[in-house]
Design a protein around this ligand. Sequence first.
Ligand SMILES: [Zn+2]
Length: 325
Amino acid sequence: MTEKKLIGIDLGGTTAKFAILNLEGQIQTKWSIQTDVTEEGTRIVPSIIESINHHLDLYNMSQDDFLGIGMGSPGNVNHSEGTVIGAYNLNWRTTQFIKKMIEEGTGIPFFIDNDANVAALGEQWVGAGNNEPNVVFITLGTGVGGGIILNGELIRGASGAAGEIGHIVVEPHGYHCTCGNDGCLETVASATGVVRLARDMSESFSGDSSLKESIDNGEFVDAKSVFDAARDGDTFALSIVDKVCDYLALACGNVANMLNPSTIVIGGGVSRAGEFLAERIRKNFEMYAFPPIYRSTKIKIAELGNDAGVIGASSLVLNQTFLES
Ligand SMILES: [Zn+2]
């Protein structure tokens, strides 16, 4: 008997990424389709089903070759019911019965969780988490998301909202957040948050800075421009990066003091700044973490890039099958 395979799906507002993986989390083949969000997102699930069935035909595989399908989705995911609601970038405003539709359409068991949790599982399993049982993941993208794995299990909490690290308040009465509160980590450490800080701080900076000049001239500035300028030694850009890293270190300190993970993995677009970012977070982390925790919790940059989603999604199948057996 050949080893069973897994299918991982990373559903986003512009593309849905698919992969077929072995039980060790290695990707054997991958593909993607565009996410068609028209007609209130009703075309999304049928096109996912069609794409899976088409690729199974293409590779001469059948339902029996698979242990299951796992998917990471935006929005509020009810993992036990297999439903999603409020995924606005997919135009899913009402409850979507994803599990039911995909299991009926493919004949393969299906599991789902939110995209940040799924990316956390991927990094914990075969990425920077080294398959250690206690790992926290923070993703710095358009927003800031998070996922917590303790004793090998994803922590979901009473309403499935555990691990919302982006909404830890790091600046009381700070910038207004999309969640309705003020001063959340997301308002200063997401890609848009970094730029907001840069614009605000540029008003009081009077020295020589190419970044400040770009902002004053109304040129396009994104998080990458801020980090690139800081790397080139621009003192104004460095002061923004230090501020962002201090906020991140504070959030990491609070999370670590409570959970003492072996690793906090930092991923998402902003984490492409790599060690330049990580070493600055580590420096301030020492100030905020209880000393025994500082000595045992590492801060690392994510390793899987765009594949974290499909890999972590596929691991939902294993976690679920393992729990049920
Ligand atoms: Zn918030």
